[in-house]
Design a protein around this ligand. Structure first.
Ligand SMILES: Nc1ncnc2c1ncn2[C@@H]1O[C@H](COP(=O)(O)OP(=O)(O)OC[C@H]2O[C@@H]([n+]3cccc(C(=O)O)c3)[C@H](O)[C@@H]2O)[C@@H](O)[C@H]1O
Ligand SMILES: Nc1ncnc2c1ncn2[C@@H]1O[C@H](COP(=O)(O)OP(=O)(O)OP(=O)(O)O)[C@@H](O)[C@H]1O
Ligand SMILES: NC(=O)CC[C@H](N)C(=O)O
Length: 548
């Protein structure tokens, strides 16, 4: 006996029930034509992940149920094909629904499994939306007994063992497992534990695509009963992965194409590109625009944007002030030429002088300080937002995680915009990725998009004469290490000092992180790349007297 299983690694749009249903129907037809007998869609494929508070709206749940019937009806003619469909399912008499996986055969819902383990940590809020199931679900395809699990179920031992005890011979897991660095390898390691505990092979179906701050990276896979990878789909793109399951001498053998996992920088790059492409595309923007300063942050964001959208959808604006160095102009122009993007210059000195004149009486007798620096950043923000309003393109902001952590950014200035592309990359990673991208060309837009001097010159906000970031902040390698320890690993000030950092640096950086929560609440969202980003997985009070 050989059974062909297909995983529908597809890019769904949250809330687009007709579009998602159609995608699943098209995939089912393709899988059937290729001989598959089981099609696994990802977790909540029908409504997208995560639909958040849409899941609390009765009209949304009713529309999801109607879409389940559409998929069933439109695939009823695919004789011999069983479809596992991820969708929210209303529960009679309850306020919350199930996170369900339904088995569709011959146009009807044969049975449904309700996810038992509802994650409520990091970016997940599933206990706000779902009521858990209690029972396993095992169904047969061509004589093979398949046990269903939904994502977090497989991160614990219980549900897989329950399915095994209910007679499953193979575990089918449907997932929405957001990307962060090293997550693809981590998933395979977690699922390998389930294989070792139960002795059952696994087919893991995952989604792909960007949804607000989350990126789903694909990389669907299958593990044999020995725990070895038997099939792996590519990352960051749609793919119908096929797994052949053969019964041999009482055991099941799994076979398929095994795509390699890319290295860490390439995964980050592809996540950033997919995050930008889907945010822009799914929200219907004609393109993007950004302020190009001749510095490293805007350079990296520009390179990501061009890989994501193509040069024709990217517009750059250099807005020099009296403090802008000549090399900033030269490098900004050079980069725009290398990438063939629209480039223009709008000087901000006249507006700066006009603002200062308007405030002159109020400010009489006071020295210039960050007030005047922020005015320049706000003039740039105003110009970019005016261009956005007139032409419809969304403004990409360029702040990195080190800056978002320490508040080294101006409210309504360089923070003004719609999508903060690199907000989860610390500055040292910004440099590392810039070097990586100069040496690699994953999307065929050319190597060396970033002029070398942009990478090698000391970072400066250029908001006053001879300003350097390191005048106000500790060196970036120190700053980033403290940010990662405090923010991503929950280490205390004492822990970090005990690890060998200068107490004054630790005190300063952690204090900046604490007092700048108000800025982060007003910042645009951006792609999540780490185990903890300044987004859904960082929920701190603004008004807060606790310090440690
Ligand atoms: N708890 C709270 N809740 C609500 N609002 C609060 C607040 N605390 C302060 N504020 C408000 O925030 C204001 C201060 O914030 P803001 O106006 O942004 O200004 P501020 O943080 O004082 O200055 C901006 C800093 O970012 C640096 N910067 C700017 C631009 C680009 C770059 C770069 O290199 O990328 C660096 C600049 O050198 C300066 O150190 C206060 O005047 C107050 O109105
Ligand atoms: N002269 C400029 N022309 C256009 N945009 C600018 C200019 N200066 C700053 N910006 C915008 O404001 C953002 C913050 O700039 P700033 O130079 O203050 O800090 P940065 O974090 O070092 O960024 P970068 O490395 O891109 O310069 C820039 O990334 C850019 O988008
Ligand atoms: N949707 C889920 O249940 C995801 C939870 C899981 N631990 C993951 O990130 O892969």
């Amino acid at each position: 006996m050989t059974l062909s299983i297909c995983t529908a690694q597809l890019n769904f749009v949250v809330g687009d029930l007709p579009g998602n249903a159609q995608k699943i129907i098209v995939a089912a037809r393709a899988a059937h034509a290729a001989g598959a007998r089981l099609l696994l869609t990802p977790e909540l494929a029908l409504c997208g992940y995560s639909a958040e508070d849409l899941l609390l709206r009765p009209a949304f749940l009713a529309a999801c149920e109607a879409a389940v019937q559409t998929v069933a009806r439109e695939t009823a003619d695919l004789t011999g094909l069983v479809i596992v469909l991820g969708h929210p399912q209303r529960v009679a008499g309850a306020r919350l629904c199930h996170n369900a996986a339904s088995v569709l055969r011959h146009g009807v819902v044969e049975c449904s499994y309700a996810k038992q383990a509802l994650p409520n940590y990091h970016v997940f809020d599933e206990q706000r939306y779902f009521t858990p199931g209690q029972a396993p679900c095992v169904f047969e395809v061509e004589g093979l007994r398949i046990g269903l699990l939904v994502c977090e179920d497989a991160w614990q031992a219980g549900p897989a063992q329950q399915a095994a005890q209910a007679g499953a011979q193979l575990l089918a897991v449907i997932n929405a497992s957001p990307f962060h660095a090293d997550k693809p390898a981590q998933r395979e390691a977690v699922l390998r534990q389930r294989v070792q505990e139960t002795g059952l092979p696994v087919v893991y179906a995952h989604m792909v695509g960007g949804q607000d701050e989350l990126v789903f990276d694909g990389h669907s896979f299958a593990l044999g009963a020995d725990g070895a990878v038997a099939a792996r789909a590519p990352g960051f793109e749609e793919s119908l992965m096929s797994v052949q399951v053969t019964a041999q001498a009482g055991a099941l053998a799994l076979r398929g194409d095994v795509q390699p996992l890319a290295g860490a920088p390439e995964q980050l790059w592809r996540a950033l590109v997919l995050g930008v492409r889907d945010y822009v595309g799914k929200n219907g923007f004609p393109g993007v625009l950004l302020g190009l300063s001749g510095g490293i942050d805007s350079a990296l964001v520009l390179a990501i944007a061009v890989d994501a959208l193509g040069a024709s959808k990217v517009r750059t604006v250099m807005m020099p002030s009296p403090y802008t160095a000549d090399i900033s102009w030269i490098d900004a122009r050079d980069m725009a030429e290398r990438l063939h993007v629209a480039y223009e210059e709008i000087a901000i000195a006249p507006q700066f002088e006009a603002f200062k004149a308007a405030l002159a009486a109020d400010f009489a007798g006071r020295a210039e300080d960050t007030t005047e620096e922020n005015l320049q950043a706000r003039i740039r923000g105003t110009l970019l937002m005016a261009l956005s309003n007139k032409f419809g393109s969304v403004v990409l902001t360029t702040g990195n995680k080190s800056e978002m952590a320490t508040g080294y950014c101006t409210l309504y200035g360089d923070m003004a915009g719609g999508f903060a592309v690199i907000k989860d990359l610390v500055k040292t990673q910004v440099f590392a990725l810039a070097n990586w991208r100069n040496a690699n060309d994953p999307f065929g837009t050319g190597v060396n998009p970033i002029p070398e001097r942009i990478i090698t010159r000391p970072p400066s906000a250029e908001l006053r004469p001879d300003q350097k970031d390191q005048d106000s902040l500790p060196p970036y390698d120190v700053l980033d290490a403290i940010v990662e320890r405090y923010m991503e690993n929950d280490e205390s000030v004492n822990d970090i000092v005990a690890a060998g950092f200068d107490p004054a640096d630790v005190e300063r950086v952690t204090r900046l992180i604490q007092i700048n929560e108000h800025k982060r609440r007003q910042a645009p969202i951006g792609v999540r790349l780490t185990r903890r980003s300044f987004g859904k997985d960082w929920r701190y009070p603004i008004t807060n007297k606790f310090r440690a």
